[in-house]
Structures are given as C-alpha cells and as structure tokens.
Design a protein around this ligand. Structure first.
Ligand code: URA
Ligand code: SF4
Length: 192
C-alpha cells in the first residue's frame, strides 16, 4: 500500500513481475491529474506508447483526445488515464490473463490513491476484467454501473473506432453521457 504517487511510480517503473518487462522500451505508468475524479483505463501500450512512455499517443490516442475535448476533458488537466498492463504486449496481442494478474496490483494502487468517482473502461479488455466478465461493449457501452460507490462505464476502444468508424457517433454519445454524470457526481472536474 502506497502513501503517495511518487513512491508508487518509482517502484512501478522498475517492475519485472511479468514477462512483458523483457521486451518493453518504456514502461507506461499513466498520465493525468493525480487529483482527478475520473479515471480512464485502456488495455496496454502499443508501439508508440512503448517508445514515448505515455498512454494513447498514437492515432487512437489522437482520436481519444478529440472525444475528450468534445466534453471539455483534457488528459493533462482534469482526468487520469492508465492501462490494464503497463508494458507493451509483443505484436500488440491481448495481454495474457497472467500478465494482467501480475500487473493489476499497480492499477489497484493507482485507483486507491486517486479514489475516482467514475471509471471509464476503454474497450473489452478492461471492461470484462473490471465491470463484468461477460461485458459486451457493443451492447452495454454508455451504461453506468455502481460498483462499491464507484460508477463504472465501458465504451469503445479508440482503435476499434479507427477500424469501424460507423461506431463513432455512439461513442460520442457515451462521452456526452459521461459529461452529464460528471456534472452530477464530481462537477469539480471542470474546475481542475
Ligand atoms: N491502446 C491502449 O489500450 N492503451 C494505450 O495506451 C494505447 C493504445
Ligand atoms: Fe510489471 Fe505490469 Fe510491466 Fe508486467 S506489464 S512487468 S507486471 S509493470
């Protein structure tokens, strides 16, 4: 259990708990405001993230930034973004269950320090692990579920939207619902 972000980040940056440590360039800890009340959780770093050490910096990330901006959210200002695994799975394969099991402790500590009011799962990998094992993004996107006092919502992964742009309007609706929920439960987000 960590008392502060500095200690947590310091220890995490040296992590070799799973096999992904051997092939990473940079570990991708997370980005954002450490006082944010809204936490976004993706899957794991891709090639660009692995090189730069920041989540969602490739084409998918640019798209995510657009959706965020549409509802006045900004990764550097009023939210926090992390991933299920902090190191890149080779060839961008899905992170293995055992890799997720090793890594999730870091995410738990991040969540403990942040105490988010709202968690948004970006895509199937985080939604099935954190919301429910049978979560179907295409059916349940945009629905808020209260889990022990934290509101959880799953939406499309930006990479899925790049592959299937017809889903973009539905994704935008999810972000509009998110803004409404923020205004309800943590309006201070818009003062950060
Ligand atoms: N996809 C993710 O899920 N996370 C990233 O950080 C980049 C791409
Ligand atoms: Fe450690 Fe997670 Fe990286 Fe595996 S993916 S080495 S558990 S930080």
């Amino acid at each position: 259990m960590y008392e502060n972000w500095e200690q947590l980040k310091n220890d995490c940056m040296g992590c070799t708990k799973c096999g992904l440590a051997a092939t990473r360039t940079k570990l991708v800890f997370g980005v954002g405001n450490e006082n944010a009340k809204v936490l976004f959780i993706g899957e794991g770093p891709g090639a660009n993230e692995d090189l730069q050490g920041e989540p969602f910096v490739g084409r998918g990330g640019q798209l995510l930034d657009k959706f965020l901006a549409a509802v006045d959210l900004d990764r550097k200002k009023n939210i926090y973004i992390a991933n299920m695994v902090k190191c890149r799975p080779p060839q961008n394969r899905d992170p293995l269950p055992e890799e997720q099991n090793e890594c999730i402790g870091w995410l738990r500590e991040q969540t403990r320090l942040l105490k988010p009011k709202i968690i948004v799962c970006l895509g199937r990998i985080s939604a099935t692990r954190l919301i429910s094992p049978d979560f179907k993004v295409t059916k349940q996107h945009g629905e808020f579920i209260d889990k022990n006092g934290t509101l959880m919502m799953g939406t499309f992964h930006p990479a899925a939207l790049l592959r299937n742009p017809t889903q973009k309007p539905a994704a935008l609706e999810d972000f509009v619902k998110l803004r409404e929920k923020i205004m309800e439960v943590c309006p201070e987000t818009y003062e950060l």
